[in-house]
Design a protein around this ligand. Structure first.
Ligand SMILES: Nc1nc2c(ncn2[C@@H]2O[C@H](COP(=O)(O)OP(=O)(O)OP(=O)(O)O)[C@@H](O)[C@H]2O)c(=O)[nH]1
Ligand SMILES: [Mg+2]
Length: 512
């Protein structure tokens, strides 16, 4: 929190004074303010320091039902930003108080997100500024226009960041203690400091809400193959109906992790090259005849279908947390069951005799704990077969990290973590004592990619996803242009039109 600061999203209905509040906090005229509802369409960001703590404050498009396509995009961005926030400041006009629509908005906020309610425009009501701590949270009355009460808001934000003014120290809340305990564990065991995609998107420590997803299964059928109507915290049909009033999220809160914005089409552009390591792993499983297979991190399901072809008699489940990937996976008929859940919290309902994972586990933290947990899900003789990229120190990745740390992008992209893996020796040390048979190996695939801009296109399917998710279209273009230039030197396009892109991958087959 100290390092990354607090991500504060200003949200609410149009015209309540979000942009005015951003300008007041920033002490500058950053966002356009007019009396017209719907003025702000896009996100406006500002980072300020309060008592040395960075506050990343984001002004958003007002939430309402609208037919205007540009405003609709703005509203989608508002929800995406809320999903990434540490705190949402919900603004309400002090003259009207909390409306039904505000209640609907509050009802749609992620469960574990810190919230502050701001009653703005008190200069028009004659009331003074004050802070109320109520059962359902903290409310502050202020005027963005006159500045009265702004300090109360700053103090409330600092308090959420864990800062205690009286002692000039950070106080530890349960969440912080847990984070500190995890940090301690990671420091004791540096190799396990892995980040999830969700963390990577936030660029800050993992918050428990990232893991508070619920298991959600659906079988392929026309009626339920599109997973866009189940909103885990809505109180049923009426809440969903209400949600339409404010053009609310097309995606349910369980889809928070899709802040990664996985794009199946982009990922599958290099389908052959991405498929090859999976085929090699399947080949290594030789004469095994599993009857129940789980494909962890199945993505768009193309590898899961290979498993089904290879073992047609087996019951197969594809597990992934990304809705777009799963929609793609379940769009083709098959007997595969698709399960939507975060691998970090996945537990087998029925013990599989093969857990297969192709290019997925590197996104998950703490393999020291994760892998023994997966082995635990297997019966004696069951197999865990894993393939992950292990090229995070290759030029393609080093250049990307260096660029993200450049002053032009540091504020937005600094600190994004890529997936990480342990060394082959560490996997061996970790798994050998708990497995009856273990093989670990690494292979470098000399991939000859075709097409213009091949490496950027490859990276856009995976590693670049959390970076591009944080940039608007123009900024993304600038960033990619800066990335492309050094890549062209390190990985020149050959006379035959192919670009050679060596890619190292680590494998293991572990039998319990
Ligand atoms: N009197 C008074 N007017 C305010 C205050 N805050 C905002 N306003 C006025 O309210 C109108 C809307 O303010 P904005 O800051 O643009 O509101 P917004 O929530 O960003 O609106 P959208 O961008 O449309 O969602 C403007 O005319 C502001 O001058 C305040 O504290 N007091
Ligand atoms: Mg505005």
């Amino acid at each position: 929190m100290l390092h990354g600061g607090l991500h504060v999203v200003l949200a609410g209905q149009p015209n309540v004074g979000k942009s005015s509040l951003l300008n007041r906090l920033a002490g500058d005229d950053l966002a356009i303010v007019t009396p017209l509802p719907g003025t702000t369409r896009d996100l406006v960001r500002s980072t300020l320091q309060v008592e040395g703590i960075p506050l990343h404050v984001i002004d958003t498009a007002g939430l309402r039902e609208t037919q205007d396509p540009i405003e609709q995009i703005g509203i989608e961005r508002t929800w995406r930003e809320i999903d990434r926030a540490d705190v949402v400041v919900l603004l309400v006009d002090a003259r009207t108080g909390v409306s039904d629509l505000d209640r609907v908005i509050v009802g749609q906020l992620p469960e574990h997100l810190a919230k502050l309610t701001v009653f703005n425009k008190i200069d028009l009501t004659g009331a003074g500024s004050e802070r109320h701590d109520q059962g359902d949270g903290t409310a502050i009355s202020l005027s963005a226009k006159s500045g009265e009460g702004i300090d109360l808001l700053r103090q409330a934000l600092l308090r959420i960041a864990g800062w205690q003014p009286a002692e000039d120290v950070f106080i530890a809340r349960e969440r912080h203690l847990r984070a500190l305990a995890e940090t301690r564990q990671h420091l004791d065991d540096p190799a396990s400091t892995l980040m999830t995609p969700a963390n990577a998107c936030h660029g800050s420590n993992c918050s428990p809400r990232n893991y508070a997803w619920r298991s959600w299964r659906w079988r392929q059928s026309p009626a339920n193959s599109a997973p866009t109507t189940c909103w885990a915290r809505s109180s049923g049909a009426s809440a969903l109906a209400n949600s339409r009033l404010i053009g609310i999220r097309r995606t349910p809160s369980i889809e928070r992790r899709s802040a990664m914005n996985w794009d199946p089409a982009q990922y599958l552009k290099f389908v052959e090259a991405r498929r090859r390591p999976a085929l090699d792993l399947i080949a290594r499983l030789g004469g095994k005849s599993p009857t129940r297979i789980v494909d962890l991190g199945c993505g768009a399901g193309n590898i899961t279908r290979l498993l089904a072809e290879h073992w047609p008699q087996a019951a197969i489940t594809g597990v992934d947390s990304d809705p777009a990937m799963l929609r793609k996976a379940s769009s083709a008929p098959s007997s595969i069951e698709w399960q939507r859940i975060d691998i970090a919290v996945w537990d087998a309902v029925t013990q599989p005799d093969l857990i297969f994972s192709n290019a997925a586990l590197h996104w998950l933290p703490n393999h020291q704990h994760l892998l023994p947990r997966l082995i635990d899900q297997l019966p004696a003789g069951g197999v865990l077969a894993v393939q992950m990229p292990s090229n995070f120190s290759s030029p393609s990745h080093r250049i990307l990290r260096k660029l993200a740390d450049d002053y032009r992008w540091q504020q937005t992209l600094g600190g994004i973590e890529m997936g990480k893996v342990l060394s082959a020796a560490d996997y061996h040390r970790l798994l050998a004592p708990i497995c009856r048979h273990l093989e670990v190996w690494e292979t470098t695939y000399w991939q000859a990619l075709s097409g213009n801009d091949a490496i950027v296109e490859w990276m856009k399917g995976t590693t670049l996803v959390p970076y591009l998710a944080r940039l608007d279209v123009d900024a993304a273009e600038h960033f990619l242009a800066a990335y492309r230039a050094p890549l062209a030197i390190v990985y020149p396009r050959g006379a035959d039109g192919h670009t050679l892109f060596p890619f190292k991958r680590i494998f293991f087959v572990a039998q319990r």
